[in-house]
Design a protein around this ligand. Structure first.
Ligand SMILES: *Cc1c(COP(=O)(O)O)cnc(C)c1O
Length: 357
């Protein structure tokens, strides 16, 4: 089987050795002669997985002892509702920055729960940039931001400076670069972009922020209930948590965030340089806001797209088509994608230019 270069935006690429270990655990986990999929989540063996997963998240994000780590079902989309439900006081206001479809979905849910203020938006230019220079009222209960906009290919290069607690959807760039986790009251990320398979969402929350809304809480939507239950109030998504743990171990073993940030910088600059050099393509976002995870670009002559797709397929490049809202192309350069795959894409872009320019 020849190697496929997997640029999928999500669920995204995982390290080959992690997939190997995960498949082994499906047959014989921890030498129990039982599958990970058929043992109790309250067994010692799985409790160890949960503890190690939590410890790795704290280490990779540099979180202090006030933070609790949860792995819940429902996707990042459930967090769009759980965040305001747990952090927005019944007489308070939550602030949001609207940088794309995911942010707008978060806003839609927050509005159902309480007062919501959209502090800034880039909807006017189809979300091709990150808003800057806006005022943040310091009375907000929190400010919700999306660090990386998976669909459009924009990324916050730094975070708003404010006294207001920050809440961040890091679904598509978690563990991709150095951030100070303690700058955020809450961070959440669906696993399937840069951490593991679909089915688990990681939530890191400063416990001191909880229990202040004045609202009666449904148990399954209450972070405090899940914290009290050590993220096992009900049966947790055991397999996605296990694979996320393996991916975090892989990251740590290879040199952690410092290592991956360097690799990610190199991959992104290699591809953006080619987009800027190549006469057939143009990037779709403001240059200063370019994402290092999702690189979006279009063709000057869209009629040639099928020709490019043919070359890409011959070179075993997969998952390059842009999101239906943007069109063109999107190359997702998640942690597990090697530089070699970016080089393969660049070669195809160059061959394409030679043939059709
Ligand atoms: C994919 C994505 C989501 C939605 O995740 P689900 O797990 O499908 O609910 C939310 N936010 C961002 C930034 C994403 O990339």
């Amino acid at each position: 089987m020849s190697k496929v270069h997997n640029f999928s935006a999500g669920p995204g690429i995982l390290p080959a050795e992690v997939l190997q270990q995960a498949s082994e655990a499906c047959i014989n986990f921890d030498n129990l002669n039982l599958s990970l999929l058929e043992i109790s989540h309250r067994s010692k063996n799985f409790e160890k997985v949960m503890d190690e997963s939590r410890a790795l998240v704290k280490e990779l994000l540099g979180l202090n002892e006030n933070y609790k780590i949860l792995f819940l079902g429902g996707g990042a989309s459930l967090q769009f509702a759980m965040v305001p439900y747990n952090l927005l006081r019944t007489d308070g206001t939550a602030g949001y920055i609207n940088t794309g479809v995911w942010a707008s979905k978060a806003i839609k849910e927050a509005k159902m729960i309480g007062n919501t203020l959209v502090v800034a938006s880039s909807e006017d230019k189809k979300y091709t940039y990150i808003p800057k220079g806006f005022e943040i009222p310091d009375t907000l209960d929190y400010l919700h931001i999306t660090s990386n906009n998976t669909i459009y290919g924009t990324q916050m290069q730094d975070f708003p400076k404010t006294k207001v607690p920050l809440v961040c959807d890091m679904s598509s760039d978690i563990f991709s670069r150095r951030v100070n986790g303690n700058d955020f009251e809450l961070i959440y990320a669906g696993a399937q972009k840069n951490m593991g398979p679909a089915g688990a969402t990681m939530i890191a929350v400063d416990e001191r922020a909880l229990g202040k809304t004045g609202r009666k809480m449904l148990s399954m939507l209450d972070y405090q209930v899940h914290i009290k239950g050590d993220s096992m109030y009900n049966t947790p998504p055991v397999f996605p948590i296990y694979v996320s743990m393996l991916t975090m171990k892989w990251l740590k073993k290879n040199g952690g965030i410092d290592w991956i940030e360097k690799v990610n910088n190199e991959k992104a600059s290699t591809l953006y340089s080619e987009i800027d050099r190549n006469s057939m393509f143009v990037g779709t976002t403001a240059i200063e806001d370019r994402s290092k995870m999702n690189v979006t670009f279009i063709m000057h002559k869209p009629a040639l797209e099928s020709e490019f797709d043919k070359l890409a397929k011959e070179a075993n490049l997969s998952g390059l088509r842009g999101h239906r809202d943007v069109g063109g192309y999107r190359a997702s350069l998640y942690n597990a994608l090697p530089l070699e795959s970016v080089n393969a894409l660049v070669e195809v872009m160059q061959a394409f230019e030679k043939k059709f320019a």
